[in-house]
Design a protein around this ligand. Structure first.
Ligand code: ARG
Length: 467
């Protein structure tokens, strides 16, 4: 007796229920229901226009699919079942219940292998503009912060040790640039996601006179896979998406780490708004940077999603293997994670309070202008290596006597080198130190303003492209 599965003709037994449950993907791939219906409508339209199916059948199938689409939107679709395994067979089963055996003609010249690849490509292609817009919004907030803080100065650090004074605007524009690269990577991702595998069928193409360009056009794909084996085997676009997501999360996490440090009692460079902080259940005084910590923590799952898919794919022979069913959950999870992280980060940054006076005080009482003094001596002819040593000694004295370089007397400074004159105090002013770093891409106020201007054009160009 034939088993009642769509593919059950040659079977005499079905798997036990627990194994069917294990093998089914409907619990998660129902996220691609809209894409699956869209793909089927395009496919059957093409089957009609090429004469592969009679117009009457096409009309019936299409009408059924459109009805299913409406029911999906309205939330009135019949329940999906494990017995029907995945979204593809569930939709087909619903269609069959609606229009009868003619529904069976939909799968002409198609396999679930090109069907699932098509759905997945569509799903990622649909998400990419949303991700790009969310990055754009965060960049807009960073640009505003930079603009408002061109002349706010703070100690720039390396090894987390005070290094040289910088503009806070410069700091924000660094993250703007990182996000710009993230955005460009996602934009490039579209090139590989927006390729249609539909019509590759199981692996070898089909004997039916299909029109792959037509279905690609109907679905809004930019291109068509040129090799049917590659079309059903390729998940590079998803790996790229996860890799881009990982890099984005890494960037957000670095920013979070810094926000957490800057909001700490020891620093007090910023205060996160109450609306983006949480309290403690026991310690009444606490105000924690929970959201920043959570974004930092969520990086782990996105890296995990990437590692997982790379590992799933690494040993797979061409073409489709069931292992590939494991490709989707990580992509869905990464999407929820990056979108949530971007939204929260945007809200957190647009409400952050900058404590400019504390940043300025930190830079007035440290030795982050030591390079200025070394440069000063070098300009007056002292070899830089010697100048470095002279200033090093002065710094040591300064540390021992709690006196920053600009607060030392001229006599004291001249004892270290007679090249030093009264004009040294001008150079030692941290604000001047920032202002004078006019080299391209440096932290001078004028350079930061130029970066902001450039950033503004980038954002405007992109919003223009979207129109
Ligand atoms: N649920 C399957 C997946 O997600 C659909 C493709 C199944 N194809 C097959 N030949 N078993 O990968």
């Amino acid at each position: 007796m034939a088993v009642k599965k769509m593919w059950g003709g040659r079977f005499t037994a079905v798997s036990p229920e627990f194994a069917q449950e294990f093998g089914a993907s409907i619990d998660f791939d129902q996220a691609m229901a809209a894409e699956d219906i869209e793909g089927s409508i395009a496919h059957v339209t093409m089957l009609g226009s090429t004469g592969i199916l009679p117009a009457a059948d096409v009309a019936q199938i299409k009408a059924g699919l459109v009805e299913i689409q409406h029911e999906l939107d309205a939330g009135t679709l019949p329940e999906f079942t494990i017995a029907n395994e995945d979204i593809h067979m569930n939709i087909e089963a619903i269609l069959t219940a609606k229009i009868g055996p003619v529904a069976g003609k939909l799968h002409t010249a198609r396999s679930r292998n090109d069907q699932v690849a098509t759905d997945f490509h569509l799903w990622v292609t649909h998400r990419l503009p949303e991700v790009i817009t969310a990055i754009d919004k965060l960049q807009g907030v960073l640009l505003k912060l930079a603009d408002a803080n061109v002349e706010t100065i703070l100690p720039g650090v390396t090894h987390l040790q005070h290094a040289q004074p910088i503009s806070l605007g410069h700091y924000f524009m660094a993250y703007f640039s990182m996000l710009q690269r993230d955005k460009e990577r996602f934009q490039f991702n579209l090139k590989h996601a927006s390729i249609s595998p539909l019509g590759a069928a199981a692996l070898a193409g089909t004997t039916f006179p299909i029109d792959r360009q037509q279905t690609a056009d109907l679905l809004g794909f930019d291109d068509v896979y040129t090799n049917s084996l590659d079309a059903v085997s390729d998940r590079d676009f998803a790996i790229e998406y996860l890799s881009n997501s990982s890099m984005l999360m890494m960037h957000l996490s670095r920013l979070c780490e810094e926000l957490i440090i800057m909001a700490s009692y020891e620093y007090q460079y910023i205060e996160l708004d109450d609306s983006y902080s949480t309290g403690s259940s026991i310690m009444p005084q606490k105000k924690n940077a929970d959201y920043a910590e959570l974004i930092r923590g969520k990086v782990g799952r996105v890296y995990g999603d990437l590692t997982s898919l790379l590992t799933v794919m690494k040993g797979l022979p061409l073409a489709y293997n069931k292992d590939m069913q494991e490709d989707k959950e990580g992509v869905f999870d990464a999407t929820t994670t990056i979108m949530g992280s971007l939204h929260v980060m945007t809200g957190m940054m647009s409400t952050v309070h900058i404590k400019a006076a504390n940043m300025e005080a930190a830079v007035q009482n440290d030795f982050s202008n030591a390079t200025e003094l070394a440069d000063y001596l070098a300009t007056k002819g002292m070899p830089f290596r010697q100048a470095h040593a002279v200033v090093g000694k002065l710094v040591l004295t300064g540390i021992q006597t709690h006196t920053p370089l600009q607060k030392m007397s001229l006599q004291q400074l001249q004892a270290a080198s007679d090249l030093i004159e009264d004009d040294v105090y001008h150079d030692l002013n941290p604000r001047v130190a920032v202002e004078r770093r006019t080299s391209f891409g440096g932290t001078s106020f004028s350079s930061v303003k130029a970066q902001i201007e450039h950033g503004r054009t980038l954002l405007a160009e992109e919003s223009h492209e979207k129109d």
